[in-house]
Design a protein around this ligand. Structure first.
Ligand SMILES: Cc1cc2nc3c(=O)[nH]c(=O)nc-3n(C[C@H](O)[C@H](O)[C@H](O)COP(=O)(O)OP(=O)(O)OC[C@H]3O[C@@H](n4cnc5c(N)ncnc54)[C@H](O)[C@@H]3O)c2cc1C
Length: 430
């Protein structure tokens, strides 16, 4: 078997600020376990943790380092809910939809309690998620969403334009819906903490260990080969999201691995900080090209959004986000932007996360549409419930067929300029 060169995360803010990685070995032997998990992002790590907490033996294989994918690079926003509004979810899924809505809205609270329970050091702060309207059209959508929340007893406050200025320090927004259950984490710290918690609960975790071949040694169960070892298991879980390769047939073609980017300032002086998100929390703008931002514990502004569709490192690749930030808060003119990085998230044409069970002993979960910090954590819990024997009928998310997009190969060509993602994904899927 040939040696594998594991990649490390590109230099970035989180590599400097997260708790250091614990030294983990690659797999260099043959192991036997109950469940083998492929992917060391939030999906895989949360699955491993929840399985181990149930006393189920689990081995996790990560090709590179823990949090190498979107989980160690994201905005750190812990957001409640799914991308489609509650009304739409219930319309699309009926009775199941009425479980999906509370499940997805409870995901941030569950994450913050999990962080507490396992003492994960990741700068966790439950200071709220702000959804912001920049146009008359998105304001109507926001008001509608507020009414949907109120009808279901979901706590959220609708801020008018002047209250939005008080919350954010910019007059850009016509209205904001503030949900106190959301908040933020240092995502790389969170991923590393999940790995540590999973191991403390009994999971075995190997980095630098890509799953390169799957086979069935017997009628049931799996053998997963890495370049220098193998794991035999009764069940297989794959959580590779925007970094999905060809391990499972056609899975890669079921998500678009869209790049998103973030740029960060140096810690801002108090005089500026007073006017940048004085109300705290994390904010994302409604619209087809999402801008999202927060201020971290050290007072840096982390501004996220559109990115080139290839790897970019350093602040210079994100000038458009920086000039947008200066439009929001003119006092930022002249501040130092010290970091910039990007990563790939998994978008799905129906905007829902996908959980597949293509065979009775396989679960695949991916496609969080930019909301995986809370939702992938929740999905890990759901996967453990399913493997623990829970029937499909009582799960809080649908198990669906893998739907490869016929025109998937064209996605990179289509991503130039401003596009309506929903429309583009719909076209790739038909
Ligand atoms: C720039 C950016 C900003 C974002 N901001 C937010 C945000 O603020 N809030 C939010 O909720 N979501 C956000 N997201 C999305 C969120 O990060 C993802 O939904 C979430 O991290 C997905 O986790 P995952 O474990 O499913 O996948 P990933 O974290 O992508 O992990 C997949 C892992 O699988 C590994 N892998 C792939 N193939 C193999 C193999 N064959 N064998 C072994 N390992 C393999 C990869 O190395 C990788 O580590 C953002 C994403 C990006 C890129």
């Amino acid at each position: 078997m040939s040696a594998h060169r594991a990649q490390t995360l590109p230099p970035g803010l989180y590599a400097e600020t997260a708790v250091p990685a614990i030294g983990l070995p690659p797999l260099e032997t043959e192991l036997r376990t109950s469940v083998v998990v492929v992917g060391g992002g939030i999906t895989g790590l949360s699955s491993a943790l929840h399985l181990a907490e149930r006393g189920i033996d689990v081995v996790l294989l990560e090709a590179n380092e823990i949090g190498f994918g979107a989980s160690g690079r994201n905005g750190g926003h812990v957001n409640p809910g799914l991308k489609p509004d509650p009304d739409e979810v219930e319309h699309d899924f009926g009775e199941l939809g009425r479980r999906m809505v509370p499940f997805s809205y409870a995901a941030p609270e569950a994450l913050f309690r999990l962080v507490e329970r396992h003492q994960i050091r990741c700068e966790a702060r439950q200071a709220g998620t702000l959804r912001a309207a920049t146009t008359a059209k998105t304001l109507v959508g926001l008001q509608n969403l507020a009414a949907q929340h109120a009808a279901r007893g979901i706590t959220a406050t609708l801020l008018d334009a002047s209250a939005s200025v008080a919350a954010t320090g910019t007059n850009r927004y016509l209205g904001i819906l503030r949900d106190p259950s959301g908040g933020s984490v240092n995502p790389l710290g969170y991923a590393r903490g999940l790995a540590q918690a999973a191991m403390a609960a009994g999971a075995r975790v190997h980095v630098g260990s890509p799953a390169v071949k799957l086979s069935r040694p017997q009628a049931s169960g799996w053998r997963v080969e890495t370049p220098s070892g193998a794991v035999t298991a009764d069940r297989l879980v794959i959580g590779t999201n925007g970094y999905t390769d060809d391990l499972w047939p056609s899975l890669k073609r079921s998500v678009v691995p869209l790049w998103s980017g973030i740029t960060a300032t140096a810690p801002l002086p108090d005089a500026i900080l007073r006017d940048v998100m004085p109300g705290g929390g994390v904010l994302y703008e409604l619209g087809s090209i999402t801008v999202y931002y927060r201020v971290d514990l050290a007072g840096r502004l982390l501004m996220g959004g559109r990115s080139a569709q290839h790897a970019v490192t350093g602040p210079d690749g994100f000038r458009f986000l920086q000039s947008y930030a200066c439009k929001l808060w003119p006092a930022l003119a002249g501040v130092a932007w010290t970091h910039g990085w990007n990563g790939q998230l998994g978008m799905t044409p129906d905007h829902y996360p996908h959980l597949h069970e293509p065979e009775p002993d396989v679960l695949l979960a991916l496609g969080y549409n930019g909301r995986g910090v809370a939702m992938a954590t929740a999905m890990g819990g759901l996967i453990a419930r399913r493997i623990g024997g829970e029937p499909v009928e009582t799960l809080d998310m649908p198990i669906t067929d893998i739907k490869p997009m016929p025109f998937h190969g064209f996605w990179p060509l289509a991503v130039n300029g401003r596009i309506a993602w929903g429309r583009l994904l719909d076209r790739l899927a038909r």
